[in-house]
Design a protein around this ligand. Sequence first.
Ligand code: SF4
Length: 361
Amino acid sequence: MEKINERRLLFSLTFDELVKFLDSHGAKKFVAKQIFEWIYHKFVFDHTQWTNVSDKVKGLLSENFDLTIPKVVWDGLSEDGTRKFLIGFRDGRTVEAVMIPARNNRKTLCLSSQVGCAIGCTFCHTGTMGLTRHLEAGEIVGQFLSVTKFLKDKVGPEERLSNIVYMGQGEPLHNFDETKKSAIIFTDEKALGLSQRRVTLSTSGLVPQIKKLEDFPPINIAISLHAAHNEIRTELMPINKAYDLDRLLSAIKEIPLKAHRYITYEYLLIDKYNDRKEDVEALSKLLPKKVSKINLIPFNEYPESSFKRPSVSRINWFRYELEKNGYTCTVRTTKGSDILAACGQLKSEMEKKINLWEIGQ
Ligand code: SF4
């Protein structure tokens, strides 16, 4: 078994942190700019190829940081163009990341913020695993870098990821500081420079952390609501016992929203469970129409799940009723169903097959 590299990942550093580090070793600010250009604009991660960076600085970086990006341990391509990746870190742990193609050549990466998850939502396969550990910012950013490299090497040099959603494994706000740092790196012009509108963080509703969201870059926020009644929400999401709908909605009101921006509410539609007339009525009382978008997610059944997916006519009816009540409402189409098991299921299956230490670096 190889010794695990314990140095901090270079990709965990924001631009200001790299400047500070270099400054403390006598190097100038423009060197940080050159390094960020190699990594985040040219996607060249091998520092020996950074021709305009001095050997002294390269030595300094490799002495103090781990400069390796995570490994793509497995990838699967769906008929609809969705690609699923199992990404391996230096301690042998893995997470899932999914690239979802959309119109106008857009490509969204759904990435993970933790190995496993402590929230324990009853509909979620990851929730059954418990939390193994938080990801470092550089491991969150690293998923983006590894998938970008994969696409450029295997599909074509022009390939680019355009959008990010923090909707993979883990509760991003439970890993607040590292997730925040990754969001800074994703949206900073000097780093990946994604528009704030193209980055969406989805949370199960950790109220104390929602209150601290003003510290984040102003990215889009999605709330996993899934029910408009406390009893149902508590059954689906045990976190509702600690932070019920009243507390959640009051915290959401405090999120600083830029003009023309919405809060997206994700609502998992489960057959004969939360897809009834009274659910439409409760949702319509709960959510402010002007600043709410509702994204309906028909439940994706997996082998041991006790919930069922509603029929297409039921899904359309539910959407129609919400739209009639004045909401902007979308239905998430199932992508990559031929390769995509439910969130976390691929990881479980693959971990049975892969000797995880083989991927440690
Ligand atoms: S749905 Fe998200 S927050 Fe809930 S258990 Fe799964 S990964 Fe965690």
